[in-house]
Each structure stands twice: as C-alpha cells, then as structure tokens.
Write a protein that binds this ligand. Structure first.
Ligand SMILES: N[C@@H](CCC(=O)N[C@@H](CS)C(=O)NCC(=O)O)C(=O)O
Length: 205
C-alpha cells in the first residue's frame, strides 16, 4: 500500500488518512510531498486532482483512490480504523463527518492546522467552538473514550479539529479534555507528531 501525503505540520487531510490506516501504516510506503507558498503541491506526480492524500492499494497499484472520505472507507475495508459496528451509529458517524466536510471551509482558513503552532491564535472563532460543542455532545452520550466508543474512522476524521482546538487553546470541557488526551495517546497521533519538526508540546503532552 502506498499513501501520498502532505507535510505533517499542516496537512489536515493527510493526518486523517494517516490515522485511519491504523496499524496498516507500519507496512505502508509513504510518499511525502511539500507545499509551495500558495499551498499548492510542489510535486503532484501520481496525484490526479493535484491534492493529497492519495491511496494506491497493493491489489491495484495503478488505481488512485482520491478524496479523503473514500480513502478512509478503503482503509477501513482493508484493516485500518473501522467505522462503528452498529449500523445506526455508523450512519451517524458518516453523517457527522460529511456535514463537517461541507461546512468547514471557513474554519479551515481561519485556523489552519499547525502542529508547530507557528503563530498563536489568541481568539478561537465561533465556528471552532460550535464544532467542538457538537463533538462534546456526542462524547457525552457516554459510549467510551472515543466519539462512537472504540477508536474509529470518525476519530481520524475529527483529529484535525482537535488539533485546531489545541492550537487555539479552546479545549475546556472535561469531556473534550479526556477525548483530546485519548487521541494524543493513540499510536497514530504519536507517530504523526514525531514527524513534525518543532512539534509544539501541547500536541504531545
Ligand atoms: N476534498 C479533498 C481535499 C484535499 C485537500 O484539500 N488537500 C490539500 C492538502 S491538506 C491539498 O492537497 N492542497 C493542495 C491544493 O489544493 O492545491 C479530500 O477530501 O481529500
């Protein structure tokens, strides 16, 4: 399996793909790409939409799987982080992820993910708090450490939102603090943070 991913410090879509690979990441070839000053890939070879992430599977090494949501699905089917087993929870998890995808452009621009916290963001935008509150409501349903109980693809999807919450020092409730701590303890998050030059300790402690 080959994953084409962007810079660990800032590539939030890549973080999702990386985390959702779960243990598969240990046997994956990762092709890291960087961005220019306009946030465009400096090398878009094998990236059909000139964006990352891109997944190439062992069974069809010439077929590019693009769009992060589809990559999460493909990885879950191959032993990566699963979606919730319960059908209703699975549908809710996918709905939440897709609603976020369709309504997060502004938030992504206001608070780019940055594991090195290059510039402090003193004032968290209302849209960040609104999304953190939505996650908090799911967590308070009390299924366990993660959003839908066991660690799932939905947690990989929302990891960049938690990273944005950390960047803005906007994680205040006990439920969100516990969730952020649990995410930070996952092998995937720790491996990702270790890839970031000058990773801010807030992402690892
Ligand atoms: N809708 C795409 C978005 C992917 C995306 O925006 N990737 C960013 C990196 S985080 C990228 O490749 N940016 C370069 C560009 O848009 O030119 C997906 O779900 O994968």
């Amino acid at each position: 399996m080959r994953l084409i991913l962007g810079t660990p410090k800032t590539s939030s879509w890549s973080l999702r793909a990386y985390l959702s690979a779960g243990e598969l990441i240990n046997n994956a070839t990762i092709d890291w790409r960087s961005f220019d000053e306009h946030s465009k890939l400096t090398d878009a070879t094998d990236c059909p939409t000139r964006q990352v992430p891109v997944l190439y599977t062992d069974e069809a090494p010439d077929v590019a799987i693009i769009e992060t949501f589809a990559i999460l699905e493909a990885l879950a089917e191959r032993g990566g982080l699963p979606w919730p087993v319960d059908a209703l929870l699975r549908a809710r998890a996918r709905s939440l992820c897709l609603v976020f995808q369709h309504h997060s452009d502004e938030l992504r621009k206001l608070v780019p993910m940055d594991f090195a916290d290059t510039q402090q963001i003193a004032q968290a935008p209302a849209s960040l708090y609104a999304w953190l509150e939505r996650l908090e409501a799911v967590l308070e349903e009390g299924r366990g450490e993660y959003l839908f109980g066991e660690l799932s693809a939905a947690d990989a999807w929302f990891a960049p939102l938690i990273a944005r919450g950390i960047r803005c020092r906007a994680i205040h409730s006990e439920a969100l603090k516990r969730y952020a701590a649990a995410l930070k303890h996952t092998a995937g998050w720790r491996q990702w943070a270790a890839l970031v030059d000058d990773c801010d300790p807030a992402y690892t402690s």
